[in-house]
Ligand binder design. Structure first.
Ligand SMILES: C[S@@+](CC[C@H](N)C(=O)[O-])C[C@H]1O[C@@H](n2cnc3c(N)ncnc32)[C@H](O)[C@@H]1O
Length: 195
């Protein structure tokens, strides 16, 4: 798991005038806290696990800049994207609920391709989008994927064999430049072409 500290989020926020931070996968709320510390006007975050959302609601109870959702990431984005105004930073970090002991539907294990399609459909070319844990995408063109490493570490179940980096990038390729940063656990970063 990478953290948003593996990216120059504050510099990106200033460069592109980003108002909102939108996160899939709240977990302990550390991404939410980092986004607040960076100065985003509003933070929206969701998690599939109810106890995780309840703990985060307690942690950020006093903060009107934080909105938390108990929802899977695709349902969350369908609800939030149409009503966001102003450029946003997306931190797409929701995957493998079963890794956390949470039973899930097959499509909830690695919903990144659908998340990116939704963002491309609903949003402007001015957003910045960062996708975590790209090392799991078993694509020979993925510089963050090291064949055999996850298996040798006892994490064979995390290997995603049926998605390519080109497929993930396709919906945003006309409006954004993109690259895979091999730092931490691999981050696919999209930046506006129009900057
Ligand atoms: C790596 S942690 C998130 C860490 C957090 N974003 C941070 O930066 O501190 C992943 C979280 O995603 C959640 N998750 C996994 N699959 C999900 C899905 N399909 N929809 C929503 N949340 C999901 C898990 O319950 C877990 O809490």
């Amino acid at each position: 798991m990478s953290s948003i500290h593996d990216l120059p989020v504050d510099a990106l926020r200033r460069r592109y005038g980003l108002a909102h931070f939108v996160e899939t996968g709240t977990h302990l709320g550390d991404g939410v806290q980092s986004a607040l510390d960076c100065g985003f006007e509003h933070v929206h975050s969701c998690d599939l696990m109810e106890h995780v959302v309840e703990a985060a609601q307690r942690r950020f109870a006093q903060n009107p800049r934080v909105s938390l959702y108990h929802a899977d990431s695709v349902a969350f984005l369908r609800e939030v994207l149409p009503r966001l105004s102003g450029p946003a930073f997306f931190w797409l970090d929701a995957h493998f609920p079963d890794f956390y002991g949470y039973p899930c539907l097959p499509e909830q294990r690695f919903p990144l391709a659908e998340e990116l399609r939704l963002i491309a459909h609903h949003r402007s070319a001015k957003d910045v989008i960062a996708c975590d844990d790209i090392r799991v995408v078993a694509d020979p063109h993925n510089p963050a994927f090291m064949p055999g490493v996850l298996e040798r570490g006892g994490h064979a179940a995390l290997v995603v064999p049926d998605v390519s980096i080109a497929t993930l990038a396709h919906p945003l390729a006309a409006t954004h430049t993109w690259r895979v940063d091999v730092a931490a656990e691999g981050i696919l970063l999209f930046e506006p072409r129009s900057a």
